[in-house]
Design a protein around this ligand. Structure first.
Ligand SMILES: Cc1cc2nc3c(=O)[nH]c(=O)nc-3n(C[C@H](O)[C@H](O)[C@H](O)COP(=O)(O)OP(=O)(O)OC[C@H]3O[C@@H](n4cnc5c(N)ncnc54)[C@H](O)[C@@H]3O)c2cc1C
Length: 364
C-alpha cells in the first residue's frame, strides 16, 4: 500500500471532460489530482483529424489536441497519476478512491469523467490504424466523421436507435447508406425505423454479420465481407466507409451501487448542475451523456463540474436533481428557495432576515 493522498478535488479520467475540469480547478488553486485511467487523453487519442473542436480553424489531430489539454492543465499545477480507479467508498466525505497501483486517495470532492467506450465488433480491419482501418474509413461517430464521406457509399452496422440516427444523419453526405443488421428486423423504436425506411438514400441488408472490413492504408476502406447467417454464404459488399453503431458502454462500473445511473450505466446528473445523487460527487462528459457525446460538450460539462466543486468547497449551495440545493455543511435549500433544512433537521426560512430592510436598500 502506498501513502494515503488527500486532495480537495480528485478527477477520474483525462479525456476532454476530466482535463477541462482540471484546468478550471487548478486555476481556482484547488490543486486537482487527475487519475489518467486506461486511456490517457481519452477517446480522441484513437482518432486522426478533429475538425469540429472550436478554435482550430484547420482542424487538429486528436492526440495532439489532448496533449494541449494536458499541458494546459499541468501549467496551472494539476497533478497526474498513471493508473486507474478500481474501488471507491462514497459513503462519507472525504470520499475514498483506491487505484490499481495501490494508492488510497481521500477526496473532498470527486469529479467522475471516466467517459464511455464505443462498442466494436472485434473483426479484422476495424482496429485503429495502423493495425486496422480505424480513422481510414472506419468510425463509430457520424457527427464526428460524416463530413469526410461526401458523395461516398457507406455501411452502417447495427439495428437499434443509434444505427438509425447515424444512418439518417449520414445521408446528408453519403451517396448511399446501407444498414447491415444481423437479424430480420430492427430493434430501433418505431419512429426511428419509420424515418429510416422512408429515407430514399437508406437501404438494408438483413440477416448479415460483418466478418471483415477490407481495404488498405493506401486505399482506405473498400468494402465489407458479409456472412449470411441463414444460408452461410459469404459475399463482398463495396463501400468507402463503415460506421459501427452498436452502442456505447459508459466506463462507470466502479461507481455502481454508489451513484444513480440509467439502465445502461450512464450516471444521472442533476440537470441544473453536474451533481450526482451524492453531494460533493460530480460527473461530466460521456460518463453521464448518452446523447451529445462530443469533445466540446464533454469539455463544457467538465468546466461545469469544476465550478460546481469550487462552489461546494466554498460552502455555497449546489443544485441537486429536483432543484434542491445542498452545501458542504449539509444545509438543504428547498427547490423553491423558501426554506433551509439545517444538518440537525431544523427547518428555517430562507427569506432575508428583514425583507423590508432588504427592500429599502434595493436588494441585490
Ligand atoms: C474514434 C472516435 C472519433 C471521435 N471523433 C470526434 C470528433 O471528431 N469530434 C468530437 O467532438 N468528438 C469526437 N469523438 C467523441 C469524443 O472523443 C468524446 O465525446 C469525448 O472524448 C468524451 O470525453 P470524456 O472526457 O467524457 O471521456 P473520454 O474521452 O472517454 O475519456 C475518459 C477518460 O476516463 C478514463 N477512465 C476510464 N475508466 C477509468 C477508471 N476506472 N479510472 C480512472 N480513469 C478512468 C480513461 O482513461 C480516459 O482518460 C470521437 C470518438 C471516437 C471514439
Amino acid at each position: 500500500m502506498k501513502e494515503t493522498l488527500h486532495r480537495e478535488v480528485v478527477i477520474v479520467g483525462s479525456g476532454p471532460a476530466g482535463l477541462t475540469a482540471a484546468i478550471y480547478a487548478a486555476r481556482a488553486e484547488l490543486h486537482p489530482l487527475v487519475i489518467h485511467g486506461p486511456q490517457p487523453g481519452g477517446q480522441l487519442t484513437i482518432t486522426t483529424e478533429v475538425e469540429n473542436y472550436p478554435g482550430f480553424a484547420e482542424g487538429i489531430q486528436g492526440p495532439e489536441l489532448m496533449q494541449q489539454f494536458e499541458e494546459q492543465a499541468k501549467r496551472f499545477g494539476t497533478e497526474f497519476l498513471v493508473t486507474y480507479v478500481n474501488k471507491v467508498d462514497l459513503s462519507s466525505r472525504p470520499f475514498t478512491v483506491w487505484t490499481e497501483e495501490g494508492h488510497e486517495i481521500k477526496a473532498e470532492t470527486l469529479i467522475v469523467a471516466s467517459g464511455a467506450s464505443a462498442k466494436w465488433l472485434g473483426i479484422p480491419g476495424e482496429a485503429p490504424a495502423p493495425q486496422g482501418l480505424g480513422g481510414l474509413g472506419v468510425s463509430a461517430c457520424a457527427t464526428c466523421d460524416g463530413f469526410f464521406f461526401k458523395g461516398k457509399p457507406l455501411v452502417v452496422v447495427g439495428g437499434g436507435d443509434t444505427a438509425m440516427e447515424e444512418a439518417t444523419f449520414l445521408t446528408r453526405y453519403a451517396s448511399r447508406v446501407t444498414v447491415v443488421h444481423r437479424r430480420d428486423q430492427l430493434r430501433a423504436s418505431k419512429i426511428m425505423q419509420d424515418k429510416a425506411f422512408k429515407n430514399p438514400k437508406i437501404d438494408f441488408i438483413w440477416n448479415a454479420d460483418v466478418r471483415e472490413i477490407t481495404g488498405t492504408p493506401e486505399t482506405g476502406v473498400t468494402g465489407v465481407r458479409l456472412y449470411d447467417n441463414r444460408t452461410g454464404e459469404e459475399t463482398d459488399f463495396a463501400c468507402e466507409g463503415v460506421f459501427i453503431a452498436i452502442g456505447h458502454k459508459p466506463n462507470t462500473d466502479v461507481f455502481k451501487g454508489w451513484l444513480d445511473m440509467d439502465e445502461v450505466g450512464y450516471i444521472k446528473t442533476a440537470g441544473l448542475s453536474m451533481a450526482t445523487n451524492i453531494p460533493g460527487v460530480f460527473a461530466c462528459g460521456d460518463a453521464q451523456d448518452s446523447f451529445y457525446r462530443q469533445a466540446v460538450t464533454a469539455a463544457g460539462t467538465g468546466c461545469m463540474a469544476a465550478i460546481d466543486a469550487e462552489r461546494y468547497l466554498d460552502s455555497l449551495p449546489v443544485a441537486m436533481a429536483g432543484g434542491e440545493e445542498v452545501t458542504i455543511e449539509g444545509e438543504r435549500v428547498s427547490a423553491d428557495h423558501e426554506s433551509v433544512t439545517m444538518p440537525d433537521g431544523e427547518v428555517v426560512s430562507n427569506r432575508p432576515a428583514s425583507e423590508s430592510e432588504e427592500a429599502s436598500v434595493g436588494g441585490d
